[in-house]
Write a protein that binds this ligand. Structure first.
Ligand code: DC
Length: 231
């Protein structure tokens, strides 16, 4: 008799812009042999589609209508995740400043959040990997509140601004203001600066990338060891 297939281990990570959650989550997933779910990419792709179609992104009804035909898909090619909307590869386009500037308006619409969160839960259940690291603003609280590992990755504001400027490269003087503005707008929708009960805060202010990845993997291994002991 074969054992029942184990449900994938869900590692939920959220935190503010510039906390490093995206690159840290991706690398932790790679080392653990887990799948990776970047939920922000879906919000960005929907925003890209709205811009592409000339939709007024402040009109919630028009944005919600986009969901009727939103062929969002991701695929891993050569170890990198490609993001697609229909036949368009939007991996690069969804990181453009015009999308970053507009995405908060889309992410603030409750119907959009409900639809995407449903899709995310399906992706968490459906992964073929033994586990999945999912990152995004309300992953630990709304999408996967029962995940065995839930982490709020933070860093102080100066550190986050410096990291974001480093990612965007020279000439990114506007990045500090953009980051503050995006945090301010996003914080009106989801409180991503305070850990909910049961969520572990990982402050990466004094940690480099490697140390932060290790700290995440450590938390996953401890949770799994705890589960084995309990089971
Ligand atoms: O993590 P990111 O910068 O790619 O996220 C893009 C935007 O989407 C950001 O403004 C926050 C929003 N977002 C969200 O509201 N909920 C999520 N689960 C993921 C992202």
């Amino acid at each position: 008799m074969s054992a029942a297939p184990q449900a994938p281990v869900v590692v939920a990570i959220d935190g503010p812009a510039g906390s490093g959650k995206s690159s840290v989550s991706r690398e932790a997933a790679r080392r653990l042999g887990y799948a990776f779910l970047d939920t922000g990419a879906a919000y960005r792709a929907l925003t890209w589609l709205g811009l592409e179609r000339g939709v007024d992104l402040d009109d919630a009804e028009d944005v919600v209508a986009l969901l009727d035909d939103f062929p969002y898909a991701t695929e891993v090619i050569d170890g990198g995740t490609r993001v697609r909307v229909g036949e368009h590869d939007v991996t690069g386009a969804i990181r453009e400043p015009r999308v970053s500037a507009a995405v908060s308006a889309v992410a603030r619409i409750p119907e959009v959040r409900i639809a995407l969160n449903d899709a995310f839960r399906g992706m968490l259940r459906g992964t073929a990997a033994p586990g999945i690291v999912a990152e995004g603003r309300d992953i630990t609280t709304v999408v996967a509140p029962d995940a065995p590992v839930r982490i709020l990755l933070t860093a102080d504001e100066a550190t986050r601004i410096a990291r974001r400027a480093g990612e965007l490269g020279p000439g990114s003087a506007a990045s500090a203001e953009q980051l503050r503005e995006r945090d301010r707008r996003d914080a009106q929708v989801v409180d991503f600066m305070t850990a909910a009960p049961g969520v572990t805060t990982l402050d990466s202010t004094d940690l480099d990338f490697e140390q932060t990845v290790r700290a995440v993997i450590d938390l996953v291994e401890r949770a799994r060891a705890g589960e084995r002991d309990a089971g």
